[in-house]
Design a binder for this molecule. Structure first.
Ligand code: ATP
Ligand code: MG
Length: 558
């Protein structure tokens, strides 16, 4: 782990946990991360994962991975599998505590029966439409359902028959009997069980015809597991009275404390599973793990490291104030990690041929080049050099302003780790496009500067004979708007992906899928986990070397 990992910032949740441990309210902290397996995890979930697992880790407690799987329609096993993979990849371990809310369907059913017996739940026959009108509005109280005063026996009988599958979907629901006039709409006799025929649940198969609602399931699952602090995002603040009501009404032995924090919003992307599902299903991206997606799987494929994501979550902190985090903060975290740990390589993304006319034909050399300028422990690799090379098209200008420190007609530049060359002649094709530069090299300049000549620029290069062509995918922001809302799909960035045909140094042909590098002078790149193969190199740009966007913004957009 990097240095920034060692000092964890305090936050209001950590303060509550510390106070509860100090006062002896709890002997140990027990948290949980409760994803619904209806999509891939995104960077917002990472915030919750780092918070829940991080607290357990730092206070010698435990954290459960619990799948909140009460809605079998949208959930499936693929999502369960990738969620496990993502949490583990981030560096967290739930040991034997991989749990499913569906594990508790039997107990939850018994809790529902208990509520009925206590006169605190009833079977209601109103249609969905009627239920809506009875519920009232923010300004008007609701009205009691005509079924609210059913006897306990009748309720028990009807609930048993709901379970047995006697009634069609939507015919009846079980509701908590709380208060139809409550200013908090969540407390106006919320539904706790509904009928669902013909669905096959990924864990329980076709065992159940009735399924519990989220609010009922969540607090009771927390209680069953002995959770001490149930951390969730702010939109559940209004549900907290309901969370507490169920546990009080059932007099459960364990009553966890729900604490809300602000969800992560990130600029130039969307963090909602509904929207991410729409991006995938609508073909706006290639898949859930498309490197443009803010999913953990997408970030991993893009080249992000677990440490960079954990550091990001640490840096943004945990508060109760909603905000949108700048993309530069996330990008800064991966740059920092890869600057320190990413081996350097040479790659030319927009190749222009250079022929060194005074370099002997058929001759070649091999230079031992360090993999990292400050880290000798990262070793060296051989880089071949010969008469024909590729350089970056943008590193040459026929007529250049004085500030241009790279190659110009008649000018000199250093080839990184190699010689100084001078451009003698520019060859153009029929369309007037520059197709080749004819240069000469100074054999005395390997590793030292020529006397009396000041060589300012250094450019990178790849041997044309030994270089390997590679597909390089240049990713940009997925959206053009920092805050894509309303017609959010309209804000998709049509240039979020540019594919270029690059030439890379031979050492890169053997990169392992997922391996990360700094391509000198161009950025941080990662061999694609799916498409990269020996003989067919494919690299994804994780992030550019410097933050060009904020510089552009600082200059006033030009
Ligand atoms: P979405 O709103 O993206 O559909 P969700 O809240 O429905 O997500 P869950 O699978 O229910 O997704 O979330 C699991 C946990 O992750 C919950 O505790 C939730 O509060 C938390 N979480 C979800 N999104 C964020 C976010 N953007 N920032 C922080 N925590 C989040
Ligand atoms: Mg949810």
């Amino acid at each position: 782990m990097s240095d920034s990992d060692t000092s964890k910032k305090s936050n209001f949740i950590r303060q509550i946990v510390e106070a509860d441990l100090a006062s002896g309210k709890y002997a140990a902290v027990h948290t949980r991360f409760p994803p619904e397996p209806n999509g891939y995890l995104h960077i917002g979930h990472a915030k919750s994962i780092c918070l829940n697992f991080g607290i357990a880790e730092d206070y010698d407690g435990q954290c459960n991975l619990r799948f909140d799987d009460t809605n079998p329609h949208k959930e499936n096993l693929e999502f369960v599998r990738v969620i496990e993979e993502d949490v583990r990849w981030l560096g967290y371990d739930w040991e034997e505590r991989m749990l499913f809310a569906s594990d508790y369907f039997g107990q939850l059913h018994d809790f529902a029966v208990d509520l009925i017996q206590r006169g605190k739940a009833y079977v209601c026959d109103l249609t969905a439409e009627e239920t809506r009108t009875y519920r009232g509005t923010l300004t008007e109280p609701g009205r009691d359902s005509p079924y609210r005063e059913r006897s306990i026996d009748e309720n028990l009988d009807l609930f048993a028959r709901m379970r047995a599958g006697e009634f069609p979907d939507g015919a009846r629901v079980l509701r908590a009997k709380i208060n139809m006039a409550s200013p908090n709409i969540n407390l106006r006799d919320p539904t706790i069980y509904r009928i669902r025929h013909g669905v096959v649940h990924h864990q329980t198969g076709d065992e159940w015809r009735i399924y519990p609602m989220y609010d009922f399931t969540h607090c009771l699952s927390d209680s069953i597991e002995g959770i001490t602090h149930s951390l969730c995002t702010l939109e559940f603040e209004d549900h907290r009275p309901l969370y507490d009501w169920f546990l009080d009404a059932l007099e459960t032995r364990c009553h966890p404390q729900q604490i809300e924090f602000a969800r992560l919003n990130l600029e130039y992307t969307v963090l909602s599973k509904r929207k991410l599902t729409e991006l995938v299903d609508g073909g706006h991206v290639d898949s859930w793990d498309d490197p443009r997606m803010p999913t953990i799987a997408g970030l991993r494929r893009r080249g992000y490291t677990p440490v960079s994501i954990r550091n990001f979550c640490e840096r943004i902190g945990v508060t109760k104030a909603d905000s949108r985090v700048e993309l530069q903060i996330l990008e800064g975290c991966i740059r920092e990690d890869l600057e320190a740990h990413g081996p350097r390589r040479l790659a030319v993304l927009d190749p222009l041929k250079v022929v060194i006319t005074n370099y002997p034909e058929g001759h070649e050399e091999e230079f031992e080049v360090p993999n990292h300028p400050q880290e000798p422990s990262m070793g060296e690799r051989p880089v071949p050099f010969d008469r024909e090379l590729w350089i970056e098209r943008g590193d040459f200008m026929e007529e250049a302003p004085r500030k241009f420190k790279r190659l110009v007609t008649g000018g000199e530049v250093r080839l990184r780790n190699a010689y100084v060359i001078r451009c003698d002649e520019v060859i153009k094709d029929a369309d007037g496009e520059i197709s080749e530069l004819r240069c000469s090299y100074d054999p005395e300049t390997l590793g030292r500067n020529p006397e009396g000549r000041k060589i300012k620029g250094v450019i990178h290069w790849v041997s044309a004979t030994h270089g390997v062509s590679a597909e390089v995918r240049l990713y940009d922001r997925l959206f053009t708007a920092p805050n894509p809302e309303g017609d959010w799909l309209e804000a998709l960035n049509p240039e979020s992906l540019t594919i270029v045909k690059a030439v890379v140094e031979p050492a890169l042909a053997n990169a392992e899928p997922g391996e990360r590098f700094q391509f000198e002078r161009t950025g941080y790149f990662c061999a694609d986990r799916h498409d990269h193969a020996p003989g067919r190199p494919v690299f994804n740009r994780t992030v550019a070397l410097r933050d060009s966007w904020s510089k552009i913004a600082a200059k006033g957009g030009n």
